[in-house]
Design a protein around this ligand. Structure first.
Ligand code: NAP
Length: 253
């Protein structure tokens, strides 16, 4: 993949998106940052500018497809996007009981529709240029449905599979697609978890791993590897064995 100069990141106001923005911030880079919280987003933009990057930023909701597409198209007209990282996401689980319809729909809206709304406006322009890279934020939770977070796991599985399919489809058009599957990373999202998170890693370290994987156009950037191995194992074991185990696992708030 050619090096990325213009990078669009959703969910840049916090956690992994914030760390990725800082990691890509350097002279010659243009960062297009999107988030909801204007103050936190502006702080990230200012930090990136201090590192020498040009920054364009906008607040909004990734579930609002027309507004998001209008912003992305406008950004792409002025700064053709080399790399888009569809990172914005929310989590939720069953710590307070069975997951309700509102929470389920909201998680799918942000984590699935939000990713689609971010990626789709760029596919045609990237294909026309014969160049581009798409990174989709999934999770190690995408490999096996966990009773503690049904909608979250399902939403992450949906975008993982979507990204895998897009990769094969878009490669002949010069577009790389990578699916990112992190384990536990320190962020606002994991701060809500009141259970111990194995191999929890700082967001800055996760951003470095992701950037290395993107530079190599890896199909799947899954880490840390022992957690990835465990996720793959859980996915292959018989349900009768795995379900009783997972029922005892902690539940997301
Ligand atoms: N942390 C982990 O352990 C972990 C592991 C695997 C995958 N992930 C994935 O990594 C991504 C980033 O999560 P994080 O851990 O960095 O969590 P985070 O600190 O809570 O950050 C989430 C980001 O998404 C943005 N966002 C949420 N809903 C949005 C919406 N409707 N419209 C626009 N932006 C929205 C937030 O914006 P505001 O803050 O401005 O509201 C924030 O910038 C998520 O997709 C998550 O599922 C995280």
């Amino acid at each position: 993949m050619p090096s990325s100069k213009t990078i669009l990141i959703t969910g840049a106001s916090s956690g992994l998106g914030h760390a990725l923005a800082l990691n890509f911030a350097m002279p010659g880079a243009t960062l297009c940052l999107h988030g909801r919280d204007a103050d936190r987003l502006e702080q990230v933009a200012a930090d990136c500018r201090r590192r020498g990057a040009d920054v364009v930023s906008a607040t909004g909701d990734v579930t609002q497809a027309p507004a998001l597409a209008a912003w992305i198209r406008d950004v792409d007209r002025h700064h053709p996007v080399d790399l888009v990282i569809a990172n914005a996401g929310i989590s939720g689980g069953t710590a307070r009981g069975i997951e309700g319809i509102d929470q389920t729909r909201r998680i799918f809206a942000v984590n699935v529709d939000g990713v689609i709304n971010t990626v789709m406006p760029l596919i045609v322009p990237m294909a026309r240029r014969g160049h581009g890279q798409i990174a989709i934020m999934s999770s190690l939770a995408a490999f096996r449905g966990m009773p503690g977070a049904p909608a979250y796991c399902a939403s992450k599985a949906a975008v993982r599979i979507w990204g895998e399919a897009l990769r094969a489809e878009l490669a002949p058009k010069g577009i790389g697609v990578s699916v990112i599957c992190p384990g536990f990373v320190v962020s606002r999202m994991t701060a809500a978890n009141d259970f111990s998170m194995p191999m929890l890693m700082p967001a800055e370290r996760a951003a470095r791993i992701i950037r290395r994987g993107l530079a190599r156009n890896r199909a799947r950037i899954a880490f840390p590897w022992p957690m990835y191995a465990a996720a793959r194992l859980l996915a292959t074991l018989p349900t009768g064995l795995v379900d009783p185990l997972l029922r005892r696992a902690p539940r997301k708030a």
